[in-house]
Design a protein around this ligand. Structure first.
Ligand code: GRF
Length: 196
């Protein structure tokens, strides 16, 4: 089966990356995870990926003089791996419009809110403080506007009485692990179609 060569970019725990890697073990899943890249050497997810025989790469942003130099190294690595699709999964670097343009329509992200609500950080804290009754997560196409690209898939969860940001985050994360593999699958199918 033809599969879209996909990279997952992480900065830490990597639980969404793990969900994508697990999904990609299915013979009929349209994406193959060819590498996991982290900007932090201590990202917990790296060991998991390496143990699964996936190429791992640390590109430490602090080792570069500028954001552009960091991104040039990242871009070169992804191209050297013939990557066709990028899934950001807790990747905590803001990417420049120039980098994003080089992967136009080829990069997706998961965000822990019902976009366009709560772009940026501390989404659960903000939802609880606002008295929101519903929270959730979104997979979206990455465009130069932070967390602002077209939404591909969303899942809702209730905000419960007595919720803390951690409790709500855990409830949302379960849904992230369900919808991200589904969204990458659909995205990869479109990329394979485009290739024909
Ligand atoms: C997730 O909540 C994701 O939505 C956000 O960062 C968190 C990453 O968690 N972008 P993990 O590294 O995938 O476990």
């Amino acid at each position: 089966m033809r599969k879209a060569r996909s990279a997952v970019l992480i900065s830490g725990r990597g639980s969404n990356m793990m969900a994508l890697v697990e999904a990609a073990t299915a013979a009929d899943y349209p994406a193959e995870i060819v590498c996991v890249v982290s900007n932090r050497a201590d990202a917990k997810g790296l060991d998991f990926a390496a143990a699964r025989g996936i190429a791992t790469k640390v590109i430490d942003h602090k080792a570069f003089a500028s954001r552009e130099a960091f991104e040039a190294a990242l871009d070169a690595y992804l191209r050297s791996m013939n990557v066709e699709a990028i899934a950001l999964a807790g990747f905590m670097r803001v990417l420049t419009a120039q980098f994003i343009a080089g992967w136009d329509g080829r990069m997706i992200n998961i965000h822990p809110s019902l976009l366009p609500a709560y772009k940026g950080l501390h989404t659960h804290e903000r939802a609880i403080a606002d008295g929101a009754k519903v929270a959730g997560c979104s997979v979206h196409l990455v465009t130069p506007e932070l967390d602002g690209g077209p939404v591909l898939l969303q899942a809702e969860v209730p905000v419960l009485a007595g919720d803390t940001p951690d409790l709500l985050a855990a409830r949302v994360l379960k849904e992230e692990h369900r919808i991200y593999p589904q969204a990458l699958g659909g995205f990869a199918e479109r990329i394979i179609e485009e290739r024909k």
